[in-house]
Design a protein around this ligand. Sequence first.
Ligand code: 9MR
Length: 366
Amino acid sequence: MKVFLMSLLTFSVAACVGKSAAPNSGSPPVANPAGAGTANASGSLRETALPTKRKMGVALATYFMSDARYPALAAREFDSLTPENEMKWSATEPNPGQFSFEAGDRLVEFAEQHAMRVRGHTLVWHNQLSPWVKGLNESELKSAMLRHVERVASRWKGRIAQWDVVNEAVDDQGKLRQNSPFTALGPSYIADAFRAAHEADPNALLFYNDYEIEAYDSPKTRGAYELVKDLKESGVPIHGIGFQMHVDPRGWPSADEMQKNLERFAKLGLLLELTEIDVPLGEIPGDAERKLARQSELARGVVHACLAVPACTGLTFWGLTDKHSWLSTPEWGPKKGRGPHLPLLFDESYQPKPVYHGVLAELAGR
Ligand code: 9MR
């Protein structure tokens, strides 16, 4: 136990093992330092999900790792890791041609030490771009994009199971979004990014990732559908689509609707991942108990929909505890007069919430 805890605490300097964790290869030894939740290792999410062949994922950030409860709980419960910010453009290429991979390396090494799959996030996105990118003309932008994809995907070649190659390219109407500099390159930029990623890391599964494409009948879902259908039919190396699931609970699609939507995308021959799940409590009506119960019900519906569609290979929660959620920051937090969002499976003291038990029960088929 002591050795294992030491390895958790020193993850940042540990040597990398240089290979990906085999899918569903069982669990590593697990730690339960005081205060890091109450679930037993044997009943963890990752253990419980093994027979379903779904990966249970969590978005992690290097800057929270210094609290030993954080890496311990993440490694015990989850077998897939998405770097929350560390692989984005502003983190990996702050200046033209000057790359910085240290934070991404730390998370990849941590994942490898704990038999967690890595979902790389994300190569081409209009947000968290380095400011210099916005000053480029079209031909410079295209070269910069291809170089960025090539360098970042090569860095972790063979160690990233899935890449979100292009993120959030379409707007609410399902058209290429106007507030992205990449849109100026025309729709072919998306195919170009996928081809460059495939060349750099031929074994990585390549995903298009977006939010608000969960509802069956919305202009945005239709736009994303047409986009990935065209890519697939044109022979572009795209393997999957990521549904972020940052859904306002007041308009959350039913489990049946989500399932129907997932099935439609699966028929294109794509893999499906639910990539950034959170369920903000603040939007749910009722008292605290009612909110927590509804949060659990909604999350169970998401798990149910994924389990019902064979092409759905994993579910990732966008953060570990309510303390670490992007929805707990002043920038994204609840609007005036609304309660806190508290959107994740564990509370601010790392204890499992009703929604954790709901997800676990759904995974176990109870
Ligand atoms: O969780 C991320 C937060 O820490 C960043 O400040 C924010 C900046 O845009 O991005 C958050 O993650 C986003 C993800 O990368 C893409 N989908 C939406 C997520 C929530 O905004």
